[in-house]
Ligand binder design. Structure first.
Ligand code: DQA
Length: 148
């Protein structure tokens, strides 16, 4: 049974009450529950985590990559700033699908650049909680192979 890591970065613990017009009203626990059902239907198991600390994200990505396990990553604000997260993906060979709830290209200019996209297998954004599900479907259907 494939293990898929779902790694959530800073402020995503506030989902449900955080800027609901942008991020919706589902909590992170709601997303985990819904995604767990989709994973089970496809014979996959999830390791779903959140941290507000950049180093935790780096460590978890390294561990997944070195174990050959795929990652669905919503790095939150670190998406736009973190060379360390990019290096963790590249250095560990982690197969990562970068996701965002919001359409980052329809928001502030600084959200249009991602440090992660160039080392990700693919990127999905703008579909709210569904972004997680679409990433999971890409992984379980084998479509998120890194072709580089
Ligand atoms: C986000 C988009 C980021 O720009 C923002 O900093 C977040 C959430 C999203 O899921 O839409 O924290 O990653």
């Amino acid at each position: 049974m494939p293990l898929i890591h779902v790694i959530n970065g800073p402020n995503l613990n506030l989902l449900g009450t955080r800027e609901p017009a942008v991020y919706g009203t589902a909590t992170l626990a709601d997303i985990e529950t819904g995604l767990g059902k989709v994973a089970a239907a496809h014979g996959a198991t999830l390791n779903f985590r959140q941290s507000n600390h950049e180093g935790d994200l780096v460590t978890w990505i390294q561990q997944a990559g070195l174990a050959g396990e795929a990652v669905i990553l919503n790095a939150g604000g670190y998406t736009h700033t973190s060379v360390a997260i990019r290096d963790a993906i590249k250095g560990s060979g982690a197969r990562v699908v970068e996701i965002h709830l919001s359409n980052v290209h329809a928001r502030e200019e600084f959200r249009r650049h991602s440090q992660i996209s160039a080392v990700a297998a693919g990127v999905i954004f703008g579909f709210g909680a569904k972004s997680y599900e679409l990433a999971l479907l890409a992984l379980v259907s084998g479509d998120a192979q890194n072709l580089k």
